[in-house]
Design a protein around this ligand. Structure first.
Ligand SMILES: *[C@@H]1O[C@H](CO)[C@@H](O)[C@H](O)[C@H]1NC(C)=O
Ligand SMILES: *[C@@H]1O[C@H](CO)[C@@H](O)[C@H](O)[C@H]1NC(C)=O
Ligand SMILES: *[C@@H]1O[C@H](CO)[C@@H](O)[C@H](O)[C@H]1NC(C)=O
Ligand SMILES: *[C@@H]1O[C@H](CO)[C@@H](O)[C@H](O)[C@H]1NC(C)=O
Ligand SMILES: *[C@@H]1O[C@H](CO)[C@@H](O)[C@H](O)[C@H]1NC(C)=O
Ligand SMILES: *[C@@H]1O[C@H](CO)[C@@H](O)[C@H](O)[C@H]1NC(C)=O
Ligand SMILES: *[C@@H]1O[C@H](CO)[C@@H](O)[C@H](O)[C@H]1NC(C)=O
Length: 872
C-alpha cells in the first residue's frame, strides 16, 4: 500500500483493528472536514426539539382549553368561528370523566350537516393531521353508530367511516395522516353519511420537518427507485417501537406514538428483546432524531437463540394491510448488540422476498449504536396481506448469527384519485374502471428478485446542498446527447411539430420523436421488447422506420413541473458528447410523456461477456481495450464536460458494448455534478452498488470523482478475475472481490485467481501493470487514488505490453531464433488524444498482423507522454 505524505495516515482494514481505534480515526477525520460540526452536534444532542410553524391543536366542543398528556394545550373551538363553519346544526357535548388517557377525549363537536374547519397555513410542506375520536355517550346522538366522510380539498382521509368498526378496545382512538400541504388554507370537511351524525373530539394540524420524507426517497438499489414521494399523502397504519416500550407523544418531539410490536410477532418465542440506554444512540452525519427518537433505536428484537435447536431461522412480524394501496415501509435499524464492527450481517425479507441481503450496519453508519433507516415502497404486486417483515441471519457470514430490527413504520399511500380510503375522489370520481395497474402511475420498480445477494443501500440522512432535488430529480435520465448526428438531425421528423420554446432555442438536442412513432418502434410498448427496468420506468428495444435500432427509455407520466425538469436535464446533457458515452438520439415529451431514445448497444453489458452468460470469452486485449474505452468515458465526464460529472454507479453492467465491442459508459442514473473547487466534495446520499462502493464515500457520504475511480478499480478486477464484485455464496473472505483480490495481490500471487480462460494468453508484465492500476484505484483514501487520466495511461501501457508480447510471438513464429521482445524495453506509442484513438474490433484482435507497430521511445519521452495524458 502506498503512503501518501499529503493524505491522512493509511488506515488499517476495518476488520483487523479495534472498534475504538477506528472510531478515533474516523472522528479525527471528520473533525478535519467542514461538515464535522453537524455530526458532532447530532451525536451529542440527546434531545432535539422540533418547533412546528403551523401548530393547530383544537379541542372540539370543550368550551375551554384542554391540556393533553404531553403538555400541549388544545384550544377550544367554541369561539373559533374564524376556523370553523357548519352548514347546519352543530352540538357541543362533553362528559366530566371517562376512561380515556387525555382530557381531549372528554368533549366533542357533533355535526348534522357538512361542516368544515379552515386553517390558515404559514408554511407549505409536511403536516400531520391527527383526528381524535371517542364516541361519548349522550342523550341525543348515538355516536357509536356515527358514520361519516372526512376530506381535505383534494384528499379523502376517511370515507363512510364507521366508528363502530374502528374503535379499539378502549373506545378512543385517533387516525394520523401525513400530508404535504401546498395551499394557503387547509380545509378539513366532515360529511355525515345517511343523516347520521359526524363528530370529532380533537384535531391536530401540525407542521412536520421536511426531512421526514424525501422525494426520491424509497429505493431498492441499484435500480428500484420511487420518485415523487413528496407529492403523496400518507396514513400511518403501524408504527412500532420493536422490542421496546410504548412511546407516546410525550416521548417524541413530533408527537408520534410508537406502539408495542409483540402482538404482531408470528412466533414470539423466536424473538428476544434487547435494549441499551437511549443516550448512547448516535445519529450519523446528517442524521436526525426527528426521523425516530433515540428510544426507538435503543431497543430491538434480536434472534432469541435460547428457545430453538437450529440457529438458522427468521423472526417474523405479520401486519394486516389493505392491498388496494401502496405502502411506504420504513425499517429502523441500529446495531446495539455487536461487540465489534463488521460482526453482524443479516438479511431482511418483505413478504418472503429478499429486501436487504447481508446488511452490515457498522459499515453503513460507521459505528455501532448508530441509527439507520431504510424505506421501501410496495404494492400488491410485491406483497400480500398480511404484510410480513422478516429478519434472519446472513448464513454466508462468519460473524455473529443474529439479526435485529429496532422500529417499523407502515404508511399507506393515497391512490390515483387522491384517496386514502375507498375508490372515490373528493368530488366523487371513481378509481373504478381504471385498471389496477395504472393505479401506480408513478413509476417504481422493486427488483426484489434481482436483488438477492446484492443488497445496496441508500443512506438518506445526507446533508444536501441547495437545489439538490431539482438537479437530481430526473437523474435517471442523465444520458449524454448525441453530438448532432446529421442523419438524425435531417430526418423528416427532426425537431417536430410540438417542440417547445425550450428545445427550439437550443441546438444539438437531437431529434424530436412523436409518441406514435415510438409506439410503432416498440411494437406498442410490447412487454417482450423490455430490455431494462429502472426507477424511471422501462427501457424498450425499438426499430425506427429507417431500420435504426434504438433503446427507448420511457419515464412514467409526471407533473408539469416534472416536464420542466426533464427539459432542464436534457439541456444539461447536451454538454456531454463522447465516443465512449452512450449517445442520446432524441426525445419525446408529448402529453407529459418523458421518453429518451438512445443508441442501441447490441452487445449489451460488459458483465455478460465476463461470466454468467456463456458468451464467447473476450481476449485479454479486448478486455484492455474495453477498459480503456470506459476509462476514457469516465475521464471525459470528470474533466471534459463544461463542469465535471461524477458517474456514481460505475460497474460492469453500466459499461455497454456496441457491435464492434467498443465500450461506452451508460446510465448516468445517479450522476451528479462534481464539486467545484471551493467545495471539494458533494455531500449526498450514498448511492451506487454494493461491491463497488468507495469505502470513504460510505464513511463520510462525501462524493468526489475519486469514488468513481474506486469503483473502476473493482471493474478492473472483475475483468481480470471474471467474477462478480460481490458474491455472498462464497466463503466469507472471498465474498468481496476487491478485498479478496487485494489480499492475493499483496502476496504477489494475483495470477492464481485470474480468469482461467486468460491463463497463458496474458502477458505477465501487462497483467502486472493492470493489477497495479487496480490497486491504486482501490486505495482507502481518495487522495491516494489516481485520476482517471492516470488510470487511462496505465491501461494504455498494459495494452502496449500485451501487444508487444503478441507482436513478439508473431515475430517468434516468423523467425524462431529471435528472442521475445522484452517487456522492459517497451514503452507506449506516441499518444494520440485519449478520445480519438481507434479501438480494434474483435476481428482485428483475431488477426495479429494488424497489431499496431510499437515505436521505440526513451524514458524521458515516456514521462512526457504520461504528463500530457494525466494532465500534470
Ligand atoms: C367498539 O366499542 C364497543 C363498545 O365499547 C364494543 O362493543 C365493540 O366491540 C368495539 N368494536 C371493536 C371493533 O372493537
Ligand atoms: C410538497 O409538494 C410540492 C409540490 O408537489 C413540492 O414542490 C414540495 O417540495 C413538497 N414538499 C416537501 C417538503 O416535500
Ligand atoms: C419485549 O418488550 C415488550 C415491551 O416492553 C414487552 O411487551 C414484551 O413482553 C417483551 N417480550 C419479551 C419476550 O420479553
Ligand atoms: C416517556 O415520557 C414519559 C413522561 O415524560 C416518561 O415517564 C417515560 O419514561 C418516557 N418513556 C420512555 C421510554 O422514554
Ligand atoms: C427466512 O425467510 C425467507 C423468506 O421468507 C426464506 O427464504 C428463508 O428460507 C427463511 N430462512 C430460514 C432460515 O427459515
Ligand atoms: C397521490 O396523489 C397525488 C396527488 O395528490 C398523485 O400525484 C399521486 O399519483 C397519488 N398517488 C398514487 C399512488 O396514485
Ligand atoms: C405495483 O408496482 C409495479 C411495479 O412498479 C407496477 O408494475 C404495478 O402496476 C403496481 N401495481 C399496482 C396494483 O399498483
Amino acid at each position: 500500500m502506498e503512503k501518501n505524505p499529503r493524505g491522512p495516515p493509511t488506515k488499517p482494514p476495518l476488520s483487523r483493528s479495534s472498534p475504538m481505534a477506528i472510531l478515533l480515526v474516523l472522528f479525527s477525520l471528520l473533525i478535519a472536514t467542514p461538515t464535522a460540526p453537524v455530526l458532532v452536534a447530532a451525536a451529542s444532542s440527546s434531545a432535539v426539539f422540533f418547533t412546528p410553524q403551523d401548530n393547530f391543536l383544537i379541542g372540539c366542543g370543550s368550551g375551554k382549553a384542554v391540556t393533553h398528556l404531553d403538555g400541549r394545550v388544545f384550544i377550544t373551538d367554541q369561539n373559533s368561528g374564524k376556523y370553523f363553519s357548519s352548514n347546519g346544526r352543530d352540538v357541543m357535548v362533553s362528559v366530566p370523566s371517562a376512561n380515556v388517557p387525555s382530557p381531549i377525549y372528554l368533549s366533542a363537536r357533533i355535526f348534522i350537516e357538512e361542516a368544515t374547519f379552515k386553517l390558515p397555513m404559514t408554511r407549505p410542506g409536511w403536516h400531520w393531521i391527527r383526528l381524535h375520536f371517542f364516541p361519548l355517550s349522550n342523550n341525543e346522538f348515538d355516536l357509536q353508530n356515527a358514520k361519516f366522510t372526512v376530506t381535505t380539498d383534494t384528499l379523502v382521509l376517511l370515507r363512510e367511516f364507521s366508528i363502530k368498526d374502528n374503535n379499539n378496545t378502549n373506545g378512543w382512538f385517533f387516525n394520523e395522516f401525513l400530508v404535504n400541504v401546498t395551499t394557503e388554507r387547509l380545509s378539513i370537511k366532515f360529511s355525515p353519511v345517511k343523516g347520521g351524525p359526524a363528530f370529532i373530539n380533537a384535531i391536530e394540524v401540525v407542521s412536520a420537518p421536511d426531512i421526514l420524507i424525501t422525494d426520491t426517497g424509497s429505493t431498492l438499489f441499484p435500480v428500484g427507485q420511487f420518485n415523487g414521494l413528496s407529492t403523496q399523502s400518507y396514513q400511518t397504519m403501524y408504527r412500532l417501537n420493536v422490542g421496546g416500550p410504548e412511546l407516546t407523544s410525550q416521548n417524541d418531539t413530533l408527537g408520534r406514538t410508537w406502539a408495542l410490536d409483540g402482538q404482531y410477532q408470528a412466533h414470539k418465542e423466536l424473538g428476544k428483546n434487547v435494549s441499551v440506554a437511549p443516550t448512547v444512540i448516535k445519529y450519523p452525519e446528517g442524521g436526525s432524531p426527528l426521523i425516530a427518537p433515540q428510544s426507538v433505536y435503543a431497543s430491538a428484537v434480536e434472534m432469541g437463540s435460547a428457545n430453538v435447536a437450529s440457529p438458522n431461522f427468521n423472526v417474523t412480524w405479520n401486519l394486516d394491510i389493505d392491498l388496494a394501496y401502496q405502502y411506504l415501509i420504513r425499517l429502523h435499524f441500529c446495531d446495539i448488540i455487536s461487540k465489534s464492527l463488521n460482526d453482524l450481517y443479516f438479511n431482511v425479507y418483505i413478504n418472503g422476498k429478499t429486501a436487504i441481503s447481508g446488511i452490515d450496519l457498522s459499515t453503513l453508519t460507521g459505528g455501532l449504536a448508530t441509527a439507520f433507516y431504510k424505506d421501501f415502497v410496495v404494492n400488491s404486486s410485491m406483497v400480500s396481506s398480511p404484510l410480513s417483515i422478516q429478519i434472519g441471519p446472513w448464513t454466508q457470514g462468519t460473524g455473529a448469527i443474529n439479526a435485529l430490527l429496532n422500529g417499523l413504520e407502515v404508511l399507506k399511500m393515497n391512490n390515483s384519485v387522491g384517496s386514502l380510503d375507498g375508490e372515490f375522489s373528493v368530488d366523487g370520481k371513481s378509481a373504478n374502471g381504471v385498471n389496477k395497474g395504472t393505479v401506480a402511475a408513478v413509476g417504481f420498480a422493486m427488483m426484489f428478485g434481482a436483488f438477492v445477494g446484492l443488497g445496496a443501500v441508500a443512506v438518506k440522512w445526507q446533508k444536501r446542498p441547495q437545489g439538490w432535488e431539482k438537479r437530481n430529480s430526473f437523474s435517471s435520465w442523465l444520458l449524454p446527447l448525441h453530438a448532432g448526428d446529421s442523419s438524425f438531425m435531417n430526418s423528416k421528423n427532426s425537431l417536430g411539430s410540438r417542440k417547445s420554446q425550450f428545445f427550439s432555442s437550443t441546438t444539438g438536442l437531437g431529434r424530436y420523436f412523436s409518441f406514435a412513432e415510438l409506439t410503432d418502434a416498440t411494437k406498442n410498448w410490447d412487454a417482450n421488447a423490455v430490455i431494462g427496468v429502472g426507477g424511471f420506468g422501462n427501457v424498450y428495444y425499438g426499430e425506427l422506420d429507417d431500420g435504426t435500432k434504438v433503446a427507448v427509455k420511457r419515464g412514467n407520466p409526471q407533473s408539469e413541473q416534472g416536464i420542466n425538469e426533464f427539459q432542464t436535464e436534457i439541456q444539461m446533457l447536451s454538454k456531454l458528447r463522447h465516443r465512449h458515452l452512450v449517445s442520446l438520439i432524441g426525445y419525446c415529451d408529448e402529453n407529459t410523456e418523458m421518453i429518451l431514445v438512445y443508441e442501441f448497444m447490441s452487445n449489451g453489458p460488459l458483465r455478460d461477456h465476463l461470466y454468467g452468460k456463456d458468451l464467447t470469452p473476450l481476449s485479454w486485449k479486448q478486455r484492455l481495450e474495453i477498459c480503456i474505452g470506459a476509462a476514457r468515458g469516465l475521464h471525459y465526464l470528470h474533466t471534459g464536460a463544461a463542469q465535471g460529472i461524477i458517474h456514481r454507479d460505475v460497474k460492469t453492467t453500466n459499461i455497454l458494448l456496441d457491435e464492434l465491442f467498443i465500450a461506452k459508459m451508460a446510465d448516468f442514473g445517479l450522476s451528479k455534478d462534481a464539486p467545484t473547487s471551493e467545495q471539494n466534495h458533494v455531500s449526498t446520499a450514498v448511492k451506487g452498488s454494493f461491491g463497488y462502493l468507495d469505502p470513504e464515500y460510505f464513511r463520510k457520504q462525501q462524493l468526489t470523482d475519486k469514488s468513481d475511480v474506486y469503483s473502476f478499480g473493482v471493474v478492473l478486477l472483475e475483468v481480470l478475475c471474471a467474477r462478480p464484485a460481490l458474491n455472498p455464496a462464497l466463503p466469507r473472505e472471498q465474498v468481496n472481490l476487491a478485498e479478496w483480490a487485494m489480499q492475493w495481490k499483496r502476496k504477489g500471487l494475483l495470477e492464481k485467481i485470474i480468469d482461467p480462460l486468460l491463463a497463458g494468453a496474458i502477458n505477465p508484465e501487462s497483467m502486472k501493470k493492470f493489477a497495479e492500476a487496480a490497486e491504486k484505484c482501490l486505495a482507502d483514501y481518495g487522495v491516494d487514488r489516481p485520476t482517471m487520466g492516470d488510470v487511462l495511461w496505465n491501461l494504455e501501457y498494459a495494452l502496449q505490453l500485451q501487444e508487444a508480447s503478441l507482436q513478439g510471438k508473431v515475430e517468434d513464429e516468423k523467425k524462431a531464433s529471435d528472442p521475445i521482445v522484452s517487456p522492459a524495453s517497451v514503452v507506449p506509442v506516441a499518444a494520440s488524444t485519449p478520445d480519438n484513438r481507434p479501438i480494434s474490433s474483435p476481428e482485428q484482435v483475431r488477426n495479429p498482423a494488424e497489431v499496431p507497430v510499437i515505436h521505440e521511445h526513451s524514458g524521458t519521452e515516456m514521462f512526457a507522454q504520461y504528463a500530457t495524458l494525466s494532465g500534470r
